[in-house]
Design a protein around this ligand. Sequence first.
Ligand code: C5P
Length: 239
Amino acid sequence: MEKTELLYSGKAKDMYLTDVPGVLWAAYKDQATALNGKQKVQIEGKGTLNRQISGLLFEAVEAAGIPTHFIKNWDDQTMIVRQCTMVPLEVVVRNYASGSFERKFHTAPLLPLAPAVHEFYYKSDALDDPFINDEQITALGFADASTLAATHQLADRVNAVLTALFASVGIKLVDFKLEFGRLPNGRLVLADELSPDNMRLIDEQSGRSLDKDIFRHHEGPLTPAYQVVLDRLKGAAHV
Ligand code: C5P
């Protein structure tokens, strides 16, 4: 397979068309961004780590019967995925209070949230990805009611799989962001990536962050923490 035309250059990945119709080439970048792209640096090795972590997590989610866009890993920085029409929403799932939720409600850090909180954000760089509720989504036509219901259900299923997987390797899954897309046959699938760029992970023993908060809060190098996540996942019994 060969990549052909650059379809889209994102903050963390470049998406290319390939010589196979309906199949995309997702190249994970050595780049970290914060504040919706306003803060940007090159971090050598991050693309490879995220491609590997994302590959393992997509395999775990697929093994649990949840449909995703993932086809296979290709090279160090690339995975091959199905082309989807993306639902223009970021779906944030929170098991514990942190980040913007902790700031908004002045909660204790890592307050357990049950049931897990789902939040939607409308994907728009121009509008800075505003928070959007279910009725706003349907009224504005960003997703219909059945897509929304399916999105909530898939988000819960992904949460169950990832929470159990990370717990089995001593990591607390605090929160994460998902994106969904539709295949040409209409099937709703989990898309985008599953990496520590898009989730908060805390080492159960040390309480240390193992995710992009290290970069956001200038707490030292990112890649050693991502390597810990990868090594633990590689050792997990059911990956
Ligand atoms: O910043 P906030 O607390 O709202 O983030 C919640 C979760 O969603 C975090 O795991 C963060 O990494 C992820 N997120 C993301 N992309 C965004 C916003 C949040 O991956 N644009």
